[in-house]
Design a protein. Structure first.
Length: 167
């Protein structure tokens, strides 16, 4: 099934949404896309609540290696998983926790609140523990007209800009 990757330079945020059964090629393609885009320092929301991943431990290690290709410090990663699931997210978090903040949530809102709290906090005070401050409430606060998206299905990729979708 497809993986959708959206990059917002304005908010320094990457949103990844996956649905259905994901292949190793799709996961690898997503990791390679992130490495090529040099967005390691951006915050990431990885919504995999509707996805099924069947990765071997060596696939997880390879994924982490691909993502380490960018020399920048890693931004926070918030995984959103279905209740009672998310083994992949927890394993990835345990494998990479020393590289930057990472947390697992069951609600997208909670993940966004945590990301916002880290992005707007003093960098020296950033913590890997989920916090509960309010998310930005301004209308359009998550909007970025220059964001770019990529749909990944197997080894195929289709790129587009938000402007292309609304024009």
């Amino acid at each position: 099934m497809p993986v959708y990757v959206e990059t917002s330079p304005l908010h320094r945020l990457v949103t990844i949404v996956a649905r259905g059964k994901l292949t190793a090629d799709e996961v690898r393609g997503t990791a390679e896309k992130l490495a090529e885009a040099r967005v390691r320092r951006f915050a990431k929301v990885v919504e995999v609540a509707g996805a099924y991943l069947d990765l071997a431990p060596q696939d997880l290690v390879q994924l982490a290696q691909i993502l380490r290709g960018d020399p920048d410090k890693r931004g926070p990663i918030a995984f959103v998983v279905a209740p009672g699931r998310g083994e992949f997210a927890r394993q990835f978090a345990a494998l990479t926790e020393k590289e930057g903040p990472v947390a697992v949530f069951n609600k997208l809102h909670d993940a966004r609140v945590w990301i916002a709290s880290i992005q707007h906090a003093d960098p020296r005070a950033a913590s890997a523990q989920p916090a509960a401050p309010a998310a930005p409430s301004e209308k359009g606060s998550w909007s970025d007209p220059d964001r770019q998206g990529t749909m990944i299905r197997g080894r195929q990729q289709r790129e587009f800009t938000t402007r292309a979708l609304v024009s």
